[in-house]
Design a protein around this ligand. Structure first.
Ligand code: HEC
Ligand code: HEC
Ligand code: HEC
Length: 165
C-alpha cells in the first residue's frame, strides 16, 4: 500500500518534470530576414513589411512614443521591457518590431528547408500556428496601462495583417 502511494507520487513527479521540460524548450530567434527570403510567394513578406507590426519599433521613438515613455517613467523605450514586451520580438533584432517570430515562434530550429516542408516536423521544432489568443495574451489587451490602446477586435484587426491564402 505504502509502496503504491510512493510509486504514484514518483510517477507524477517524473511526469511533471517532463512537462515543465517540454514547455520551456528554448528555441532561438533568427530575425524576420531569415524568413522573408523564402516567404515572398503570395506576398507574405510584403504584407508583413507594410503592416504596422513591422513599424512597432519606430513607434517607440516617435513623438507619441516619447510622450508615452515619459508618462510611464521609462528612460529608453527601445530598451525597457515595459515597452519592448509588446513592440519588439527580441533584443537582437529589435528594429524589426513585431516580426514573424513574435507570432510563429523562435525559428532557428524550424527554418531549415527539410523541417519547414514538413508541418509536423516544423511544429515539433517550435513553429506555432497563431490564433486570436496569440494577439490578446501579451499585446492586444487591457491589462497594461502603459498607454491607451484601441479596443481590440479580432474580426476587424485580423484582416489588416492576414497573409494566409
Ligand atoms: C528555406 C526556406 C524557408 C525559410 C528560411 C523559412 N520558411 Fe517557412 N516555409 C517554407 C516552405 C517551403 C513551407 C511549406 C510550403 C508553404 O507553406 O509555403 C513553409 C511553411 C511555413 C509556414 C506554414 C506552415 C503551415 O502550417 O502551413 C509558416 C507559418 C512558416 N513557414 C513560417 C516561417 C517563418 C516564421 C520563418 C522564419 C523564422 C520561415 N518560415 C522560414 C520555407 C521556408
Ligand atoms: C501578428 C502575428 C503574425 C506575424 C507578425 C506574422 N504572422 Fe504569419 N500568420 C499569422 C496568422 C494568424 C496566420 C494564420 C494561421 C492559420 O490560421 O493557419 C499566419 C500564417 C502564415 C503562413 C501560412 C500561410 C498559408 O497560406 O497557409 C505563413 C507561411 C506565414 N504566416 C509566414 C509569416 C512570415 C514569413 C512572417 C514574417 C515576414 C509572418 N508570417 C508574420 C500571424 C502572423
Ligand atoms: C501591452 C502591450 C503594449 C505595451 C506594454 C506598450 N504598447 Fe505601445 N502599442 C501597443 C499596441 C497593441 C499598439 C497598436 C495601437 C493600438 O492597438 O491601439 C501600440 C501602439 C503604440 C504607438 C503608436 C500609436 C500612437 O498612439 O501613436 C506608440 C507611439 C506606442 N505604442 C508607444 C509605446 C511605448 C513608448 C511603450 C512603453 C512605455 C509602449 N508603447 C508599451 C501595445 C503596447
Amino acid at each position: 500500500m505504502k509502496n503504491q502511494v510512493l510509486l504514484k507520487s514518483l510517477t507524477m513527479m517524473i511526469c511533471m518534470f517532463f512537462l515543465v521540460g517540454v514547455a520551456s524548450a528554448q528555441h532561438e530567434y533568427v530575425g524576420a530576414k531569415s524568413c522573408t527570403g523564402c516567404h515572398k510567394k503570395n506576398g507574405v513578406a510584403d504584407k508583413w513589411k507594410e503592416s504596422k507590426h513591422a513599424a512597432a519599433f519606430t513607434d517607440l521613438t516617435s513623438a507619441n512614443g516619447k510622450k508615452f515613455a515619459t508618462t510611464a517613467g521609462v528612460a529608453d523605450a527601445t530598451k525597457d521591457a515595459k515597452c519592448t514586451k509588446c513592440h519588439v520580438t527580441n533584443a537582437t533584432n529589435a528594429a524589426e518590431g513585431v516580426g514573424c517570430e513574435s507570432c510563429h515562434g523562435a525559428g532557428k530550429d524550424y527554418k531549415l528547408p527539410a523541417v519547414m516542408k514538413d508541418k509536423a516536423k516544423a511544429a515539433a521544432a517550435g513553429l506555432l500556428t497563431p490564433n486570436e489568443k496569440t494577439c490578446t495574451t501579451t499585446c492586444h489587451n487591457d491589462a497594461d496601462k502603459t498607454h491607451a490602446r484601441a479596443k481590440f477586435s479580432f474580426a476587424t484587426f485580423y484582416p489588416k495583417i492576414k497573409h494566409k491564402q
